[in-house]
Design a protein around this ligand. Sequence first.
Ligand code: MN
Length: 526
Amino acid sequence: MTAKLATYRRKRDFARTPEPAGELPAEAGGARFVVQRHRASRLHYDLRFEIDGVLVSWAVPKGPTLDPSVRRLAVHVEDHPIEYLHFEGVIPSGEYGGGDVIVWDTGTWEPVHTDDPAAAVAAGELHAEVRGEKLRGRLVLVRRDGPGDGSEQWMLLHKHDEHAVDGWDPEDHPASVLTGRSNEEVKADPDRLWRSDAPAAEASVSLLPDPLPDPLSDEAIDDLEAMGRQGTWEIFGRRLRVTNLDKVLFPGDPPVTKREFLAYTARIAPVVLPYLEGRALNLHRYPNGADRSGFWHKQLPDHAPDWLGSWDNPEADDGETTTYIVAGEPAALVWVANFGALEWHPWTSRTTAMHEPTYALVDLDPGESTSWDDLLVLARLHRTALDHLGVTARAKVTGRRGIQIWIPIVAGYTFDDTRAWVERLSRTVGQVVPELVSWKWEVKARGGLARLDYTQNAINKTLVAPYSPRPAAGAPVSVPITWDELDDPALRPDRWTIRTVLDRLETAGDPFRALLGAAQELSELT
Ligand code: MN
C-alpha cells in the first residue's frame, strides 16, 4: 500500500508531520466505490474503486454515464487514501485539487473476469459490476495507450445491460447522494475541509462546532446562591474560598454582583478551557468593579492554591513577571474570577513553545468615527479574502466595539511571520476602502478612522479570550460568531452579556470549536 500511495504523498508536503500517511486498513465487508463531483480548476468526476486498501482513481471530465453508446475519456490518476472515500467538502484553493467536492455516487462493486483487480488495472482493462444509487451495471475501463507514469488516458464505457439508459447524462443528476446538496451549496457552507498537507487519517477536518461539554449542574450554582457574603464553594472537585459575593462588579439594571459573575464563570469555564489550556494567562483585574480603573496582573500570587497551574517564564528580565497562571482545569478560571479578574487574556503561544504563535490574529479596531456598519465592511472584506485564500478562520465580537479574526496555524511560525502575514492581508483589504482605515500608530493621528491592528501578533501581547466578560455596564461578553452572522442585521459588538450568552451557546453552539484542530499553514500572499 505504501508504494501505491507514493504519488499521492509526493504531491503533498508531509514534512511538518511525523505521522505515517495512508496506513489505515480497508474495512471488511466488500469493496466500495465512489464518484466525487469535483469542481477544481475545471469540473470533473473522480471515479474511485477500493482495491487492496486504497482508492484506485480515474478523473472523468464529462462524468460516468449509463448511456451505452457513449465513450468517455478517463484519466488514470494517483491512488487516493481510503479516508477520502466519503469526503464531501472543500479543499483549500492553492492546494492540490483545490475546490469543492460532493459524493455524487457511492456503493459497492465487484471485479468481473478476475479476482485480482490490481493486476487487471496494471494490465490496462478493468470490468466492474457497480451497485451505486445512480450508477448500476457493468462499467468497463480500458487503457488507450501503453503503461505510463500513472497519468495515462483510459476509456470508460457502460455495457449494454439491463441497467443501461440511452441519453443518460450525469449533469442531470447533480445532487450528493450523502446530503442531497449541490457543489454550490457545499462550497457556500462546507461541513468539512480536506487538508492535503496532513496525513490521511487527519486530513478530513470538521468545520462544524464540536459538541459542548456537559453543562454544570444546577446544584453547584444553588450552593453559591445559598451562601452568605463569603464561604467555601465546592466546584469542579475543588474547594474554593469565595469572598465579597454581594459586591457589585458591573453596573447595570440590575447590577451584576460578584456572585452572579462567579456563577457565569463556572458555567462558561468548561467551554473556555480549550482556549486557555497550556497558555500563560494575563489577567485584567478590577477588584473594585468595572466602573473603577483596572490593572494588569500577571504574576502568580503567593496565596494561590498549590493545584493552580503555573509556568515560569525562562526569559523574564529583572522586574518582569516570572511566574504566570496557567488555567488547566475549569476550577482555575473560577479562582481567577474570585481574584477579581474580569477579563481573561491567554497568550497566543503555548508555554511549551513561547515563541511560536498558534493563531494569527486580525484585530479590527474601530476609531472614533468608525460606525458599526464601517466595521462590518472591514470584517466582510477580510472574510472574502480569507475565503479566497482557503484559510479556515472565525470572527468574534469583542463585547466592546470591535471584531477580531482568529486564524489557527501549525507549529513552526514566529510572531514576525504572523505579524507580517496579517499586515499584508490587512493592507490588501485596506486598499479597497482607504476612506475607512488609518495606518497611523498614534490614536490622535488616525483622524477617527479604524485601525487594522496586526501588531497584536507579538509575544505577550494578547487578545481577550472567547467568552470573557468585558469591564463595562451589563457585563458584555466577547462572543465567537459564524461568518454568516456578519450579515445578521441584529449583530452588535456588545450584543451578548453574561446573562444571555449561555442561551446562545445552547442554541448556536460555539463557532470557535471549528478552530480547534484546524491548524493550517499560512497560504502564500502574492
Ligand atoms: Mn479530482
